[in-house]
Write a protein that binds this ligand. Structure first.
Ligand code: MG
Ligand code: ZN
Length: 218
């Protein structure tokens, strides 16, 4: 059996479980999003700012995917939202089965918005459907304007791009316009927000857009 065949079988099995997750979310009227990015782009900080903005407007639960620690889950737990930590022990992406197991440990009846923070990695999380309604790719301005071209799968499979750390633009050799062009070249329908967790720029715009996706918030 070739490697390609094995990989296809793994992904088929994953898609099957992702459908179960999607059905669970639908049954409970939950909107689920999957945050993906390379390490250090600011996913957890974006999540914290998003929680600050949306707590009280929608009921939120979080799954934290991490290779080794529960540091991000501890940051999120401060907001008093249900949070389940998945430690992959070296695994470089979340799989639908891991999310399914986490979902069995949360009371889904009281949740409107489910946020999954994936493992920091711009490659394989693009291929693993977790049952989410959309992927949100976070990219820091420090990563360079060529990332959409170098990791097209991730940008093609995402609905939203958050260009984060825009407060650092004066200090890095990155042209925002070029970065946007590269992203649109890979995925013309990407919805882009420019954010900074330090200044708070772009966070209200992102959150107001997101909350409109949540059925219970209408
Ligand atoms: Mg994180
Ligand atoms: Zn992986």
């Amino acid at each position: 059996m070739s490697v390609i065949t094995i990989e296809r079988k793994v992904l088929e099995k994953n898609d099957e479980i992702a459908r179960l997750n999607r059905a669970l979310f639908a049954q409970h009227g939950i909107f689920a999003l999957n945050f993906v990015s390379s390490p250090g782009s600011g996913k957890t900080s974006i999540l914290e700012r998003t929680l600050e903005h949306l707590i009280g407007r929608v009921r939120i639960a979080v799954i934290e995917g991490d290779v080794q620690t529960d540091l991000d889950a501890q940051r999120v737990a401060k907001y008093n939202v249900p949070v389940v930590q998945i430690v992959t022990h070296g695994g470089c992406h979340l799989e639908a089965k891991l999310v399914y197991d986490a979902l069995t440990r949360i009371t889904l009846d009281n949740i409107d918005l489910f946020v999954i923070e994936n493992v920091g990695n711009l490659v394989c999380p693009a291929n693993y459907d977790l049952g989410e309604a959309m992927k949100v790719v976070v990219m820091s301005t420090t990563e360079g304007e060529d990332k959409p071209l170098k990791y097209p799968g991730m940008f093609r499979n995402s609905t939203v791009l958050l260009i984060n750390k825009i407060d650092l633009l004066p200090y890095v050799n990155v042209k925002l316009e070029k970065l946007r062009q590269n992203a649109f070249q890979i995925n013309p329908s990407l919805i882009i927000f420019e954010t900074s967790c330090t200044t708070g720029a772009g966070i209200p715009e992102w959150c107001d857009w997101l909350v409109k996706k949540v059925p219970a918030a209408e």
